[in-house]
Ligand binder design. Structure first.
Ligand SMILES: *[C@@H]1O[C@H](CO)[C@@H](O)[C@H](O)[C@H]1NC(C)=O
Ligand SMILES: *[C@@H]1O[C@H](CO)[C@@H](O)[C@H](O)[C@H]1NC(C)=O
Ligand SMILES: *[C@@H]1O[C@H](CO)[C@@H](O)[C@H](O)[C@H]1NC(C)=O
Ligand SMILES: *[C@@H]1O[C@H](CO)[C@@H](O)[C@H](O)[C@H]1NC(C)=O
Ligand SMILES: *[C@@H]1O[C@H](CO)[C@@H](O)[C@H](O)[C@H]1NC(C)=O
Ligand SMILES: *[C@@H]1O[C@H](CO)[C@@H](O)[C@H](O)[C@H]1NC(C)=O
Length: 369
């Protein structure tokens, strides 16, 4: 609320100066404020998939999505806010809107390009999502618009002060287990993970070329243990899908090495790359220790562990169950955590001590300008 009020204040103050150039775009106050650019998948999508030609499989634009905080469905794949929403709040920013939201074109505080179902590989859910390369294309358009509005110098300052929050890869590893993927079948795990990281590295380098310096990666999501994987594993219902877990852990190791290398190659490159695997599997396996009651079954869905992706009844299966008290649950639907889990992750990521995890920066540090 305080943030909103001060924004309005800045706006009216500037309007009273007849929109002088320094007010029009990027005020002195905003120069001390890092913007937030968000890339990735459904962990971060704030509604972009509402505006693309896709199927309900890749959307969350109906009740009970959004029930807890917004009280209407925004397209976020949870009951409430996501990690980028909490990080924006801690960084004194308003919520960062989806790039495709009609009428939104003021990128002073950043913008969100993430798309549910998206991967680093073009083949992942191709035709239904905004893949990472396309998200980068949108970012390049934003960069052009900023240079046009603010001039090269101010645009560069804004982009180099900004934080780039990225969650990508999970769908590249998840999709081959629910659809046929010749790309996955024809490569070793090492090669396949190498392709995912290679694509991600390209995107990081392209953002760097446009001025980006401060990167934060969400890694280690325990994808093999989400309710859908637990439910659908043939013959061994209830256990985690170890092959996906192995892929996620390989991804985490390769990414960590790649980032260290990039740090040596790209001057001024800074990053935060905590591994959330232990953080999340702790909550899944010992929910009561962290204030939850249920770690394995989803709040919303059907079938064993409510692992059938039917929350809201809009994906072919119309019957589904919804829990009474979502704050007791780790998972909201068959794949995605609840707002409460996202808040715990965000607090940890914002404030975690720098030495304990081997990452170079927490988000609070990255937001400093
Ligand atoms: C863009 O948003 C910022 C921050 O709210 C504001 O100061 C600025 O005046 C806006 N620019 C335009 C062109 O509306
Ligand atoms: C959306 O996709 C469907 C199925 O792929 C296609 O038939 C339709 O023409 C597309 N609509 C637009 C507006 O692109
Ligand atoms: C990522 O990999 C795909 C192959 O899946 C390729 O077609 C695409 O151009 C790559 N994108 C980037 C940004 O490297
Ligand atoms: C993959 O393809 C095979 C044969 O082409 C088919 O029998 C099978 O159902 C497919 N699996 C998935 C998950 O689409
Ligand atoms: C929901 O669960 C939380 C956490 O266990 C508890 O603090 C809260 O009182 C519950 N709310 C209701 C309405 O039962
Ligand atoms: C970070 O830590 C400080 C000091 O302990 C605390 O005041 C603040 O609320 C924490 N911020 C978040 C987002 O957890």
């Amino acid at each position: 609320m305080a943030t909103l009020r001060s924004q309005i204040y800045i706006f009216t103050f500037c309007a009273s100066l007849f929109l002088q150039s320094s007010c029009y775009g990027y005020s002195e106050i905003q120069k001390k404020q890092a913007a937030l650019f968000v890339f990735g998948d459904s962990l971060f999508d704030a509604g972009n998939n509402n505006y693309i030609n896709t199927t309900t499989r890749y959307q969350a634009s109906w009740w009970p999505y959004g029930e807890t905080f917004f009280r209407y469905p925004t397209g976020r794949f949870s009951d409430g806010r996501l990690i980028p929403d909490f990080i924006a709040e801690y960084g004194n920013l308003p919520f960062v809107p989806p790039y495709l939201q009609p009428g939104f074109n003021n990128y002073t505080y950043g913008v969100n390009f993430a798309s549910g179902g998206a991967g680093a590989l073009a083949e992942t859910h191709q035709g239904f999502v905004i893949d990472l390369e396309t998200q980068l294309g949108y970012f390049k358009k934003v960069e052009k618009q900023l240079r046009h509005k603010l001039g090269d110098d101010e645009a560069h300052t804004l982009l180099s002060n900004a934080v780039y929050l990225i969650s990508i890869g999970a769908n590249d590893y998840y999709a081959p287990f629910i659809t046929n993927s010749s790309l996955f079948e024809s490569h070793s795990h090492e090669k396949y993970v190498g392709m995912v990281i290679g694509n991600l590295t390209n995107v990081v380098k392209e953002i760097y070329k446009k001025g980006g310096r401060k990167f934060a990666f969400a890694t280690g999501f325990p994808l093999g243990c989400v309710p859908s994987m637990r439910a659908l594993k043939p013959g061994k219902t209830g256990t985690c899908q170890e092959e996906i877990t192995a892929l996620v852990q390989l991804h985490t190791r390769v990414l960590e090495k790649t980032l260290l290398k990039l740090k040596g190659q790209l001057q001024g490159f800074r990053y935060s790359n905590p591994n959330f695997y232990t953080f999340l599997s702790g909550r899944i396996n010992n929910p009561t220790k962290y204030g939850f009651k249920e770690g394995k079954e989803a709040c919303c869905g059907s079938g064993p562990y409510r692992g059938i992706n039917s929350c809201g009844g809009k994906k072919g299966v119309t019957d589904y169950q919804l829990c009474d008290n979502v704050t007791e649950y780790v998972f909201f639907d068959s794949v995605h955590p609840t707002e409460r889990v996202y808040e715990q992750i965000s607090k940890f990521w914002w404030n975690q001590s720098l030495s304990s995890t081997g990452t170079y920066f927490n988000l609070k540090k990255l937001f400093e300008v």
